[in-house]
Write a protein that binds this ligand. Structure first.
Ligand code: CA
Length: 590
């Protein structure tokens, strides 16, 4: 729970001291104990283990059908804004972020806006931000609200007023963007970079929360080989790259989403992104694993020094990021308690690692259709399928570049022991772009769907336009078909699926993040499920996909809050038992 800081204020004409109750301070102790905090939602994933689990149980499987709208708040719908944010709640106030880096605070009981701060980003940035303007969340700590802004700024605002306390430019180049939720660890603001499609050089940084001074930066890929390594881990990484062009193109490996922290082991875990350009042949022409792309990295938060790494997709060439949300748990495997890190990256597998040392415990297929690899070896390294490394002719690969799992956070319930994963089964066609030329500021994937067959040097073979046969890697014909979005309940002890449902949100929509509670309620995409059985118990039409649901308790009443993308306005919806506000009409005004 939060401490209350009382400040004694002496006005110049006032003889009497006035006691002003200030905002309760969220400090290191509150963040360490957030898992047991039933009433608030203090950090992005509810707690340092990023479980997206709240112990609250006022709303449970017997009464969830009585949920109704308590209040809603129109966000002001910044232009073309995506809705991917998960808000936080402390001391009766809900703080959050919108697509263009707009930050806000509203009264968590009523939805009354307390402040709103607009970073005023040039909308020229639209093309620089992979996948549109998005911001996944803020952090609160020691009286301030922190966020990464899409144009590369890291800001600290006064928690009560929304006024800027400090602001620094994080990105080393104008192509770096920030979309991920920031986290606070031991007085430092941890910020990960975005935008591997711009073929930037990935990194994550730590800033002093009080001053905004950078404490350390960890580059996820090596830089210019003619210059000294910025930190020793890059010497090992550089041996896994070939040729000498990657540093001119950046290399990728941005850290745009998943992070978690274990205060006992004192390690910060991050997931790293895909290679930039996508096609390894362009950035590392003689092959190589290309460390630390598509990896989980564990570092000491005080120094940024690496403790271990685990690469999930060596030599990535399919946009298979490992940035997806990370969840930590202590679970019994073969009768022995293990401190595990659980991860479902884009590449289709579900990994259980020992988070103290990075040891691979188990891995299995989360996606039913995986055609780029036939499985994992004893150390967790994928066994690539023949033909998966595409050349100039198109190859259909599953999962697609959007991945089996993306930014939609999975949730872990210590009650059911299950992980709930919003995912999707899909495929994409990959081929080298014979006309590719790297250009700063452009999307630099280096892939295309060619209109005519080509030989291995990229030369067009005449006479067969435009019917280019699309082939698949060896063994693909034995795989089940892609079936679109799903919500899976996964047992990490056995690394196997318990149940799966196919949401009705359309083929492309996989909904938002998942939330699970002590009342055994699983929330996902404006539906409440029985977390044990997967039965739908309640649902509401919010007109568009929703983002990261959270829950909190105020004055003895449990609330569930979720942001939803709608027309004409993106809106924050807050539900409670027996609340009866009408759902505002979200019909596009013509
Ligand atoms: Ca990517």
């Amino acid at each position: 729970m939060s401490r209350t800081r009382l400040t004694v204020v002496f006005g110049p004409l006032l003889v009497t001291a006035i006691l002003i109750a200030q905002t309760k301070i969220v400090g290191d102790r509150e963040l360490r104990e957030a898992a047991r905090n039933t009433n608030e939602w203090l950090t992005y994933g509810h707690d340092y283990a990023e479980t997206h689990y709240s112990p609250l149980q006022q709303i449970d499987i017997t009464n969830v059908k009585r949920l109704g709208l308590a209040w809603s708040w129109a966000t002001g719908n910044p232009e073309r804004s995506r809705v991917e944010g998960t808000p936080v709640v402390a001391d009766g106030v809900l703080y959050g972020s919108l697509g263009w880096g707009v930050l806000f605070a509203v009264d968590a009981r009523t939805g009354k806006e307390l402040w709103r701060w607009d970073p005023d980003i040039s909308h020229d940035y639209f093309l620089k931000i992979c996948c549109g303007p998005s911001n996944r969340g803020v952090a609160i700590y020691n009286g301030k609200v922190f966020a990464g802004i899409p144009d590369g700024r890291v800001v600290a605002l006064d928690q009560r007023t929304g006024k800027v306390v400090w602001s620094v430019q994080d990105g080393p180049s104008k192509d770096n963007t920030l979309t991920s939720a920031v986290r606070i660890v031991k007085g430092k603001v941890i910020v990960g970079s975005s935008g591997a499609e711009q073929a930037v050089r990935g990194y994550f940084s730590a800033y002093d929360a009080e001053t905004g001074k950078r404490v350390w930066r960890f580059w996820t890929v090596p830089g210019d080989p003619s210059k000294p390594f910025e930190h020793p881990e890059l010497e090992m990484a550089a041996k896994t790259w070939t040729g000498d062009v990657w540093h001119k193109m950046g290399g990728g490996g941005t850290v745009w989403d998943g992070m978690a922290y274990d205060p006992d082991v004192d390690l910060l875990y991050v997931g790293t992104g895909n290679g930039g350009p996508w096609d390894r042949n362009i950035r590392s022409p003689q092959g190589g694993d290309n460390l630390f792309l598509a990896s989980i990295i564990a570092v000491k938060p005080d120094t940024g020094k690496m403790a271990w790494y685990f690469q999930e997709t060596p030599g990535d060439t399919w946009d298979y990021t490992a940035t997806q949300p990370i969840v930590l748990a202590d679970i019994a495997i073969n009768g022995k308690m293990r401190k595990v890190l659980m991860h479902a990256p884009k590449n289709g597998f579900f990994y259980v690692l020992d988070r103290t040392n990075g040891e691979f415990i188990s891995g299995s297929k989360l996606a039913k259709r995986i055609t780029w690899a036939t499985g994992l070896d004893a150390k967790g390294r994928p066994i690539e399928a023949e033909g998966a490394r595409y050349k100039y002719n198109p190859v259909r690969i599953s999962p697609s570049n959007l991945g089996t799992h993306n930014w939609q956070a999975m949730a872990y319930s210590p009650v059911t022991g299950l992980v709930y994963i919003p995912g999707s089964e899909s495929s994409a066609v990959f081929a080298r772009d014979p006309a590719f030329e790297f250009a700063h500021g452009n999307q630099n994937a280096g892939t295309s769907t060619p209109q005519r067959p080509r030989d291995d040097q990229g030369k067009a073979i005449p006479g067969q336009v435009p019917n280019v046969p699309i082939v698949e890697p060896a063994g693909a014909e034995n795989q089940p078909a892609d079936t679109g979005p799903f919500l899976a309940a996964w047992d990490p002890k056995t690394n196997s699926e318990r149940w799966r449902i196919q949401p009705t949100g359309g083929f492309l929509s996989r909904g938002g993040s998942a939330l699970v509670t002590g009342g055994n309620i699983l929330f996902h995409d404006a539906k409440a499920y029985n977390a044990v059985t997967g039965e739908v118990l309640w649902e509401v039409n919010l007109d568009g996909p929703s983002a990261g649901p959270i829950t909190y308790m105020l004055d003895g009443k449990q609330y569930i809050a979720v942001m939803a993308r709608g027309t004409p306005d993106n809106r924050l919806f807050v539900f409670a038992l027996d609340a009866k506000e009408p759902i505002p009409s979200l019909v596009l005004a013509k």
